[in-house]
Design a binder for this molecule. Structure first.
Ligand SMILES: Cc1cc2nc3c(=O)[nH]c(=O)nc-3n(C[C@H](O)[C@H](O)[C@H](O)COP(=O)(O)OP(=O)(O)OC[C@H]3O[C@@H](n4cnc5c(N)ncnc54)[C@H](O)[C@@H]3O)c2cc1C
Length: 402
C-alpha cells in the first residue's frame, strides 16, 4: 500500500524544502522545487543544533551525507555573574547531548541528496492555487504547472500558508535574539573557555535574558568554504530586549549593541569573546511564534517554518522541518491515497508543532521574560527549576529531565 505516480511541487528550497523533496522522491514522487533566492543559502554560517538520534536517523535513511561535519557535545554548562562580580561562576551542569551543525553545510548536505529532483533556483513562485479539477497549480515567471500535491516550505512569510490559514501572522514575543558566528581566534588566550566548549555547550545567564555558545564546524572566511575538516567557529545566540530607538534616529549598529549588552551582563571572559570576534555572520531576529490550525489540506501541505515557528529556545525549528520530511515519507509509503497520506501527515505534524510552540513559550518566559535569580542557584536549584519549566514535557536540550 503506497501512493504512486505523484507529481509533487515544493515552494522553497531551504532546509524544509530540500528535506521534503528527498522525502517525496524516496516515496517515488516526481518532484520539482522552486527556490526564490539565487545562491546565498550555502553561505549561511549560522549554528543549528539537532538531537543525536535524529542525526543518526537522517544518516541511516540517506537524507544526510556521512561526510557532513558536526561538532557533537554531551553536556550543558550554566554560568552566572554574581552581583558586583566580574568573573563567571558555573552553577550547574546537565547531561545534554546535541549535534551542532553549520547551517550552510546542513543545507548543502540535504541539497546533495535531492538526486533526480528538479531544483529551480532564482525562480520565485508568484502564486499557489487550486485548479478547477482540484489539483494544485504553481505559477512562476516561467509559466504554470499542476501537481497532485504542493508542499509549502517557503518559510515564515509563506504564501502557501495563506491558502490553509488566511491572515495568520507570527505573534511577537517582545524580545529579540542576536545570532552570531565568530572565528575561533576570538578565544585566543581564553584556554579555559575553549576547553569547556570542546565538550559542552554553554548558557550564560543574566536578568531578563541569556546567551548560548557552542562550537560548529566551519572556516573563518565564508563559512564552510575553503576550510579543512576539524575547523571550528564559535556560534552564539543572545536573547534579550532591544535598545529603545535613538532620539536622533541613528540606532547603534547590531554588532555594537551586542557588545554593549554582553559587556553589561556577561562575565568579563565571555563578554570579551563577543567583543573580540570579527563576525563571520551576525543577524538580529525578533522572537515570534505561531502554529497553523492544521498543517495539510489536500492537495496542499506545509512544512518547516511555513507551518509553525517555535521560539528558538527549543532549538527545534530545523529539527521539526526534518521530522516533517520523515513523516511525509512514511505517510506516502503507508497510505493508499494522497488524501489519506496528507491526513496522517496533518494529524502527526500539527500536534508536534503545537507542542513545540507551547514549549518555546514556557522556555521564553523562564529564560527571558521572568528569569529567576540565577546568581542564587546551584545544581539542585537548577534541576528543580528545569523540571518546573518543562512541566512534564521533554526537550532534548534538557536530557532526561521532565
Ligand atoms: C536564533 C535562532 C536559532 C535557531 N537555532 C536552531 C537550532 O539550534 N536548531 C533548530 O532545529 N532550529 C533552529 N532555528 C530554527 C531554524 O533556523 C529554522 O526553523 C529553519 O531554518 C527553517 O527552515 P525552513 O526551510 O522552514 O525556512 P527558511 O530557511 O526560511 O526557507 C524558506 C525558503 O523559501 C524560499 N521562498 C520563500 N518564498 C518563496 C517563493 N514565493 N518562491 C520560492 N521560494 C520562496 C526562501 O528563499 C527560503 O529559501 C533557529 C532559529 C533562530 C532564529
Amino acid at each position: 500500500m503506497a501512493v504512486t505516480g505523484l507529481r509533487m511541487g515544493v515552494v522553497g528550497g531551504s532546509i524544509a524544502g530540500c528535506a521534503m523533496a528527498i522525502a517525496g522522491s524516496r516515496a517515488g514522487a516526481d518532484v520539482t522545487v522552486y527556490e526564490r533566492s539565487n545562491g546565498e543559502l550555502q553561505d549561511r554560517g549560522l549554528g543549528i543544533v539537532i538531537p543525536p538520534a535524529l542525526h543518526q536517523e537522517l544518516l541511516a535513511a540517506g537524507y544526510l551525507d556521512t561526510a557532513m561535519e558536526t561538532a557533537p557535545v554531551g553536556t550543558r554548562v550554566w554560568i552566572t555573574r554574581p552581583p558586583g562580580g566580574r568573573s563567571g561562576r558555573e552553577f550547574g551542569r546537565q547531561p545534554s547531548a546535541v549535534v551542532p551543525c553549520n547551517w550552510g553545510m546542513l543545507w548543502r548536505s540535504l541539497r546533495s541528496r535531492t538526486g533526480d529532483v528538479r531544483y529551480h533556483r532564482g525562480l520565485p513562485v508568484t502564486s499557489v492555487e487550486r485548479d478547477s479539477a482540484g489539483r494544485a497549480l504553481i505559477r512562476t515567471a516561467a509559466g504554470a504547472e499542476t501537481y497532485d500535491i504542493v508542499v509549502g516550505a517557503d518559510g515564515h512569510q509563506s504564501l502557501t500558508r495563506d491558502l490553509l490559514a488566511p491572515g495568520l501572522r507570527p505573534t511577537p514575543a517582545g524580545y529579540v535574539v542576536w545570532r552570531g558566528t565568530v572565528p575561533l581566534s576570538a578565544l585566543n588566550g581564553r584556554h579555559d573557555q575553549l576547553e569547556l566548549l570542546r565538550s559542552a555547550w554553554v548558557t550564560v545567564t543574566f536578568p531578563r535574558g541569556h546567551g548560548v555558545f557552542y562550537l560548529i564546524p566551519g572556516a573563518p572566511k565564508a563559512a564552510g568554504a575553503g576550510g579543512v575538516p576539524g575547523d571550528r567557529l564559535l556560534a552564539y545566540a543572545i536573547y534579550g530586549y532591544p535598545p529603545a530607538p535613538a532620539a536622533d534616529g541613528q540606532d547603534e549598529p547590531v554588532a555594537g549593541y551586542v557588545r554593549t549588552l554582553a559587556e553589561e551582563h556577561f562575565p568579563a571572559e565571555w563578554a570579551d569573546i563577543v567583543a573580540r570576534g570579527e563576525h563571520v555572520s551576525l543577524v538580529c531576529h525578533p522572537v515570534t511564534d505561531f502554529q497553523v490550525p492544521r498543517s495539510a489540506h489536500p492537495p496542499f501541505l506545509l512544512a518547516g517554518d511555513a507551518a509553525a515557528i517555535t521560539r528558538p529556545h527549543t532549538a527545534s525549528g530545523a529539527v521539526k522541518a526534518l521530522q516533517d520530511a520523515l513523516c511525509l515519507e512514511r505517510a506516502l509509503r503507508g497510505s493508499a491515497s494522497t488524501a489519506d497520506a496528507l491526513r496522517r501527515y496533518a494529524d502527526e505534524r500539527t500536534a508536534a508543532g503545537a507542542q513545540l510552540v507551547e514549549l518555546g513559550r514556557r522556555l521564553g518566559r523562564a529564560q527571558v521574560e521572568r528569569t529567576p535569580e540565577w546568581h542564587t542557584m546551584g545544581p539542585v536549584e537548577l534541576d528543580a527549576w528545569s523540571r518546573a519549566v518543562l512541566d512534564g514535557a521533554t526537550s532534548y536540550l534538557f536530557g532526561d529531565l521532565r
